[in-house]
Structures are given as structure tokens and as C-alpha cells.
Design a protein around this ligand. Structure first.
Ligand code: AMP
Length: 281
């Protein structure tokens, strides 16, 4: 497995693979990889001849008061995980490689990015769409793998690919959880011992939401029950509890085909997200 830092190196390696007629999968990440990321890489290895993992803490998707500087990084550990999982190439650019001086072009989506996480993080998805669009152009993969953990991101990227005619398939992969239910996340490392225990209320609220959705309870009752559960935890502060249509991200009734039940909750200073996707048809 190789680690490269420039766009030119990625392009020349992928070009050679293409000459041999090989298929290419891409797994975009911000690094500090855990079993959640690993499940995406595994799936990509199963479905493609060659797999590129990008490891890039993307500055344009962090707001001014967010954790860009503090975001955990460990490329050596990431490289071991990628190699052991069967990846062929890590693309680990510096910010200047992705955004050379004078950069002023972005992909700006509307509507889907105004709701859920987009409300609290107004520039986040502009950064996500831009960096994913760039990675799709740089690598030119047949398939790109995204976790359902970031369900809004998955919906946004699917829409972007459709709207802007990117020639690849987006593959969504299920959430990987800790044994006690907490969704795995690089940001879980921010939690102290007490907060780690308190954080369980996030996944518990999602499990409750799923159970009530499957029983076709009214949406407002489900949201209230989830809020009540989270509010019992003193260290938790709700950002949002929403039940929406998975494709449009508009408010859903329980008759919708695919429903996304999603929460964002601050545990202390750490903002955690979790969700479940329930298929009705
Ligand atoms: P990140 O490094 O947090 O930007 O995540 C990179 C990719 O890994 C995204 O597509 C995430 O949705 C996915 N991912 C992160 N955590 C998990 C998890 N616990 N289960 C499944 N996918 C995940």
C-alpha cells in the first residue's frame, strides 16, 4: 500500500490501474480511523479491484468556532488499519494541495443542506460537497463509500451526484456501534468518563425512535418521547430531534417509504449525531 500527498500522484497511479481495466473504489475520511471507517474500506475491497482511502481533515467543512485544530489525527495508525484491511492507496494531502492559494470555487447545494445539521453548521455541507466533488474528480472512482452514521451527508452526496452528473455509484454502509450502543466516532475521544456514560442517551433515544416508528406511532409522539428521554440526562443538550424523509429530508409521516430518524446532542462540549433509517416499503 502506498501513501501519497499530491493530486498528480493519485492521478498517475489510478491511470495505470485503468490501463489494466481495474475498477476503483474510494472511501473519503477525515482519518483517526476506527471500525466504522474500516467497515466502509472492507466493503470497498469486496466490490472493487483497487481501493483508495482519502485521509484529509477538510478545513472548509468546519465553522469558525468548531474543532478543526483539535480534530484528532494519527496517520501512522490509519496507515496500519488501511493496509490490514486491504486498501491499495492512501491519499493524505495537505490543505494547500486541496485548496491552492487563490482558490475560490465551491459546490453550494440548497434545500437539503438547510435542515438538520445544516441549521447549526451553516457552511458545513458546502465544504463537504466541495471536497467530495474534488475527490471524485481527482480519483475518478467507480464507487464511493459513505456511512449511514452521517445520514444527511449521504443524502446530500447522493443528490449532488445526481444533480451534477458525476459518473459513479454512491454506496451507503450501516452504522457500526460500540458494544453498549454508542455509534463509533472519532469525536468520541473528546468525551471524559462521565460524558462517555451520559452519551449512551443518544443511542438509546435512537433505539426508542426506531421501536416507535416500527409500531407506526405518530411522529410527534415519537419525537416527544425521544426528547423526554434525552432531557433526563443532565449532561445532554439537544440540538435537534427530527423525523424526515430520507431522500428529501423534509418532515415525514410514518407512511413515507424510507424514514430517517436523526438526533444531534451536545454531551458537554462534544456534539454527537446518531440516527436510524426505517424502510416501510
Ligand atoms: P469521517 O472521518 O468522520 O468524516 O467519516 C468518514 C466516513 O466514515 C463517513 O462516510 C462516515 O459516515 C463513515 N463513518 C464514520 N463513523 C461511522 C460508523 N460508526 N459507522 C459507519 N460509518 C461511519
Amino acid at each position: 500500500m502506498k501513501i501519497v500527498k499530491t493530486v498528480a500522484e493519485v492521478r498517475s497511479i489510478v491511470k495505470e490501474w485503468r490501463k489494466e481495466g481495474l475498477t476503483v473504489g474510494l472511501v473519503p475520511t477525515m482519518g483517526y480511523l476506527h471500525e466504522g471507517h474500516q467497515s466502509l474500506i472492507k466493503r470497498a475491497v469486496e466490490e472493487n479491484d483497487k481501493v483508495v482511502v482519502s485521509v484529509f481533515v477538510n478545513p472548509t467543512q468546519f465553522g469558525p468556532n468548531e474543532d478543526y485544530e483539535d480534530y484528532p489525527r494519527d496517520i501512522d495508525k490509519d496507515a496500519v488499519l488501511c493496509e490490514n484491511t486491504g486498501a491499495d492507496l492512501i491519499f493524505n494531502p495537505e490543505p494547500e494541495e486541496m485548496y491552492p492559494e487563490g482558490n475560490c470555487s465551491y459546490i453550494n447545494m440548497t434545500r437539503l443542506t438547510d435542515v438538520l445539521c445544516g441549521k447549526t453548521r451553516p457552511i458545513h455541507f458546502k465544504g463537504v460537497c466541495t471536497v467530495c466533488g474534488k475527490l471524485f474528480h481527482i480519483v475518478g472512482p467507480d464507487r464511493a463509500y459513505f456511512g449511514e452514521k452521517d445520514a444527511q451527508q449521504l443524502a446530500v452526496i447522493r443528490r449532488m451526484v445526481k444533480d451534477l452528473n458525476f459518473d459513479l455509484t454512491i454506496v451507503g454502509c450501516p452504522i457500526v456501534r460500540e458494544e453498549d450502543g454508542l455509534a463509533k466516532s472519532s469525536r468520541n475521544t473528546y468525551l471524559n468518563e462521565k460524558e462517555r456514560v451520559a452519551a449512551l442517551v443518544v443511542s438509546k433515544s435512537i433505539f426508542l425512535g426506531r421501536e416507535m416508528l416500527e409500531k407506526k406511532a405518530p411522529v410527534e409522539d415519537i419525537k416527544k418521547a425521544m426528547r423526554d428521554l434525552i432531557e433526563k440526562e443532565p449532561l445532554a443538550k439537544i440540538d435537534y430531534v427530527e423525523i424526515v424523509d430520507m431522500d428529501t429530508l423534509l418532515p415525514a409521516e410514518t407512511e413515507a417509504d424510507t424514514i430517517l430518524c436523526a438526533v444531534a446532542v451536545y454531551i458537554g462540549k462534544t456534539r454527537l449525531i446518531d440516527n436510524c433509517i426505517v424502510y416501510f416499503n
